[in-house]
Design a protein around this ligand. Sequence first.
Ligand code: NA7
Length: 559
Amino acid sequence: MSKNSNIYPTPDNARSGEGDILQKDLAIIGAGVAGLYMLYKSREIGLDAHIVDRAEDVGGTWYWNRYPGCRCDIESMDYSYSFDEALQQEWDWTEKYPSQPEVLSYLQHVADRFDLKRDISFGVDVSGATYNEDTGRWRVHTSTGPDLDAKYVVMATGVLSAPKDPKVPGIEQFQGRVLRSASWPHEDVDFTGRKVAVLGTGSTGIQLVPEIAKQAEQLLVLQRTPNFSLPAYNRPLEQEEKDQIKRTYSLRRSKARASHLGVDTQSENRSALEVDEATRQEAYWDTYNYGNPMRFVSTFNDLVLSRDANQTAVKFVADRIHDRVNDPDLAERLIPRSYALGTRRPCIDTNYYETFNSDHVELVDLLQDPLTTITPTGFTTQRASYEIDDLVLATGFDAITGALSRIDVQGRNGQRLNDRWAQYPASFMGVMVHGFPNMFTVTGPLSPSVNSNMFVTIEQHVEFIAGLVANAQRHRSSVIEVTYDAEQQWCQHAEDVANQTLFPETDSWYTGANVQGKPRVVLPYLGGVGSFDQMLNEQADTGYPAFDFTSRSALSVTS
Ligand code: NA7
């Protein structure tokens, strides 16, 4: 029996009688953190929901990104669902920061524990989704299985799930191995005795480099823009500390939900510029030695608001990079100088900078000496040519909107989401776009998403969507649509908040600057997870004033 056999209509699930369409109340695209919880909540509110995912198992981005060293930058005890007390009590994280295999095992455990897989079809690629105004339903087009016909669609497509290949001339003629971090082979890859180049020094490259260096004969690290990285100080978790956290887990969770970044950073509310140098240094050392990027950027309350405040953090981290790299000239080239610390998601590492102290590891600084061509046996820069066996691409993602842009979404009047978003990724709180009724996005543009602990913001959104849909069901409304005014006001608010920070100045995937032709917009909402939560709750408490509910009793999913 094929893994996705449950998508094929059976007498029980095919209500329309059309053999090649699966009729559902709610279709969910994506079986990652968001999709799994959405399925769980859909069942809770009595909807017949179904997930499709192109992967062969649950996990979303954690299914695909299985490169050596892959690890989350949010602490294990926080990077998990909070909705079920028994689940959070029974799961046993082993390290401070969870490795990719551990996150994947956790998500598999969740899927099994709540019997979710019976409503998931794996290996199914979604090519489009079309809204039918006459029926008020969505048709989800799949290229590998029957289509789905559903009243509601939830795009749980992930924020870092559309990998971006670099456009380097000649790349297609390279005759060695090409390995992509975002679709890493399932079997072990051996680099022993090989000359390897890693292209990209974002979080992924920074995790890959020390691991590949352990095996490779020669490692060339191709860096265009350096990133700030802090030591993770990853370590096994002691039983005692896990027990202690679990005794008051709900308090930790509620603090995270009320916090700015979705984790309790325990920071003091003071400016970097209001304290003297000794106090400032002591504060930085405290958060640096703890090993948590969210804590470090929260050392003071104005690090991403004031250039002067930010410079104090840059200076501190630059000094630490000098501590870690033997050659001062090399250290200088590894220090970012063109943007403010924290306006790109800061990285954490295990021995990244120290790896450059090994003779067989070399930095190729593409800012000083740009990459020109990939050749059949290596690559050339303006000044040199290199021979390599393996090319590792760690070149990032078309973030937040990228996965959706690869699906042909057509809403009311045949309007395409890609056309709507060509100039600006409009959205109401990252959850719905006007003109696309009954379609929800989890952690879409202009929600805290990547500027937070994703588990927290995913739970916020999924619970909001479930509440909104349950409200519509209760009132026998068939069509839910955010008003144009509410959407536009939110866009303006998100932009106003972003403009008070240093983020808009920085080229990064946060601002869409890493993808040619993408509008330059600060994609995550920067007003904070806690206030975002309050605004979602206000919507629910006041009858969802941002939304129109249209009743068409003939289309009720329960009829
Ligand atoms: P990132 O942070 O977008 O990093 C991608 C890297 O690839 C970055 O250093 C880019 O340099 C580099 N890149 C991309 N295209 C090219 C070309 N054409 N030439 C040279 N260098 C290139 O993605 P990651 O996967 O590392 O991390 C994403 C998030 O995943 C991370 O923040 C965590 O939250 C998890 P550039 O900066 O564009 O100069």
